[in-house]
Design a binder for this molecule. Structure first.
Ligand SMILES: O=C(O)CCC(=O)C(=O)O
Ligand SMILES: [Fe+2]
Length: 356
């Protein structure tokens, strides 16, 4: 069942990059993908900063004895990095392998099949791109598939029912496992921040969870294109799986791009803008981007967790009282995303909308 009266976001329909790459005589990158507008900031790909990205052990986080130190690490990671890798999260590695294979198969379905799941004009979910607001806008070197997974009443039945059944089942399991992880992380954050349930955790009770699968085909001139333009996630919390161990995710730390090296079976977790608002700026949503390479395709599965669309997001009162200032306005999740999806991706520009 689809929720009635729910406002739809939309994005202009764009070609499939995977189809461009498959064309027999493909050698030249179409001009709309050539990005001379991207920052040429220094990229750190040595093991120095990359290996400093915090790694949080979920088992330790949840065990009483080691809780304190792991909790402090979580707090530090969210304040200083806005990103961490989560290990021992409880999702079976054989299940993750199955998900990875099915995700790859899904993008490799014949175009005739994928077309049935393509975004329709004026719609937002399905195969396609998001944040495309003008015909002149430069495009990213990648295809996406987007789907709302929670709440169940908001699922688009015309898409869900057309997913290959084994893949649908795998997605449902993954969605519920990741949702439980997000819930624990919100609770741990609230406890270390010493804020009340109703100020943070409860806002995610009617969680709006969506999945975005990113497929970045190889590109003969990877320096000319961008897999995913630099941005910060509008959501509360993102949990990302770097599917086939191919590097590409970079995060901005102290003015430099730091490579997030894929760690087997780890999930990459990052603070989104809504969490930055709720924590009154204590936790930071960090700009990140995805680059591509000339040899191998890259895939990632992002799961975004935000409060329900009608929920009002605002800085937690306990933090505002302690910090003696309120940095952001209040707004519903729906209003926040209305503004987000009518812009092209542009760093953290839309968070400024909420600043007081
Ligand atoms: O592909 C990646 O590693 C990053 C994906 C991402 O940032 C997103 O989908 O918001
Ligand atoms: Fe992102």
């Amino acid at each position: 069942m689809e929720a009635e009266g729910e406002k739809q976001w939309s994005s202009l329909i764009v070609p499939s990059v995977l189809e461009i790459v498959k064309e027999k005589n493909f050698t030249t990158i179409p001009p709309r993908y050539v990005r001379l507008d991207q920052e040429k900031t220094e990229i750190l790909n040595d093991s120095s900063l990359s290996s400093e990205i915090p790694v949080i052990d979920m088992t330790r986080l949840c065990s009483v004895s080691a809780m304190d130190s792991e909790l402090k690490k979580l707090d530090f990671a969210c304040q200083d990095w806005g990103f961490f890798q989560l290990v021992n999260h409880g999702i079976d590695s054989s299940f993750l392998e199955k998900l990875e294979t099915e995700v790859q198969d899904f993008f490799n379905l014949p175009m005739k099949e994928k077309q049935k799941l393509w975004q329709r004009s004026g719609e937002f979910e399905g195969f396609g791109q998001v944040n495309i607001v003008s015909e002149n806008q430069k495009l990213d070197w990648g295809d996406m598939f987007i789907l709302t997974t929670e709440p169940i009443r908001s699922r688009k039945s015309h898409l869900f029912s057309k997913l290959p059944p084994p893949f649908r089942e795998t997605l449902e399991t993954y969605s519920s496992e990741v949702k439980s992880i997000a819930k624990i992380l919100f609770a741990k954050m609230a406890s270390v921040l010493e804020i009340k349930h109703e100020e943070m955790e409860d806002l995610f009770d009617d969680v709006w969870q969506s999945i975005k699968i990113n497929y970045y085909p190889p590109c003969p001139q990877p320096d000319q294109v961008m897999g995913l333009t630099q941005h910060s996630d509008a959501a509360g919390l993102t949990i990302l799986l770097q599917v086939n161990q191919v590097e590409g995710l970079q995060i901005k730390k102290d003015g430099k791009w730091v490579v997030v090296k894929p760690l087997r079976d780890a999930l990459v977790v990052n603070v989104g803008e809504i969490l930055e608002i709720i924590t009154n700026g204590r936790y930071r949503s960090i700009e990140h981007r995805a680059v591509v390479n000339s040899e191998k395709e890259r895939l990632s599965v992002a799961m975004f967790h935000s409060p329900g669309k009608e929920t009002i997001i605002r800085p937690a009162k306990s933090l505002v009282d302690r910090q003696k200032q309120c940095l952001f306005k209040s707004m519903s999740t729906q209003e926040y995303f209305d503004a987000f999806f009518t812009q092209k991706l542009n760093g953290k520009s839309h968070l400024d909308l909420m600043r007081i």
